[in-house]
Write a protein that binds this ligand. Structure first.
Ligand SMILES: CC(C)(COP(=O)(O)OP(=O)(O)OC[C@H]1O[C@@H](n2cnc3c(N)ncnc32)[C@H](O)[C@@H]1OP(=O)(O)O)[C@@H](O)C(=O)NCCC(=O)NCCS
Length: 211
């Protein structure tokens, strides 16, 4: 029998260690940002992003140019993924005009350990408008609050100070340095690992997803 007078358990008592998410909050829409699944028609935006060598170095590494056909085929596969797959690739779009301004992905999602990796990119002309910030909030609320993950991780190259600052701003901690992990621009580079637990995230950000 349900005891109506008994207060609802707090998140900690319930065992998930996380602030309960605000149930009226839309999962994929923030003040200026909407996240949606990528589509084959996004190929031009993706190829434009990839045509920037600094972007490629920051994201992973420089490659030979990708063809439109290859890009469309790749996006077709991403678009066809099951929505329950916790490894996903989403378009970051502007809420008012709907333009795609960047992209975000999760990968290596491990539901047993409850951790996943993320990566994000915003086109140079759209940077510093809080798209990455709002995207991070939406993503962390979804993965921690709806999918019961408990830790987000990101690899960031040693020279990518903007992404390091962004991870720290979300409340992540620097957890390690993989020495000589990549070869970029003529020399070996270290890779830094940042980690953000759900408790650290909820301690710094309210349940409404706007702070
Ligand atoms: C990292 C990146 C996604 C940030 O996108 P953005 O939309 O410009 O970021 P936001 O405007 O939402 O800023 C979020 C936070 O990131 C940090 N940040 C963003 N741009 C910064 C800059 N030029 N200098 C210092 N910090 C910066 C700040 O902490 C900022 O919070 P603040 O505005 O309160 O200071 C974008 O610079 C990018 O696409 N870089 C190239 C690709 C990349 O490095 N991806 C990550 C691979 S691990």
């Amino acid at each position: 029998m349900i005891d109506q007078d008994r207060p609802a358990p707090t998140a900690v008592e319930a065992g998930d260690g996380a602030w309960p998410p605000e149930l009226s909050r839309p999962a994929w829409t923030a003040e200026n940002t909407v996240l949606r699944r990528v589509e084959p028609g996004d190929w031009e935006v993706i190829l434009r992003l990839e045509s920037s060598s600094p972007y490629q170095r920051a994201w992973e590494r420089v490659t030979a140019p990708r063809s439109p056909d290859h890009c469309r085929e790749w996006l077709k596969q991403e678009a066809a993924r099951d929505p329950l797959d916790d490894n996903f690739f989403l378009a970051i779009t502007d809420r008012r005009h709907g333009e795609m301004v960047g992209c975000v992905n999760t990968n290596q999602a491990d539901p047993v350990a409850g951790r996943f990796y993320l990566g994000m990119a915003v086109a140079p002309e759209h940077q510093r408008k809080r798209y990455a910030w709002e995207t991070g909030l939406l993503l962390f609320h979804y993965m921690f609050g709806e999918r019961r993950y408990q830790k987000a991780q990101a690899y960031v190259h040693d020279f990518n100070q903007v992404s390091q600052a962004a991870m720290l701003a979300f409340g992540a901690r620097l957890e390690g340095r993989l020495r000589r992990h990549d070869f970029i621009g003529g020399r070996y580079r270290d890779n830094l690992i940042f980690g953000l637990t759900s408790e650290e995230f909820y301690a710094g950000h309210g349940a409404d997803g706007t702070s």
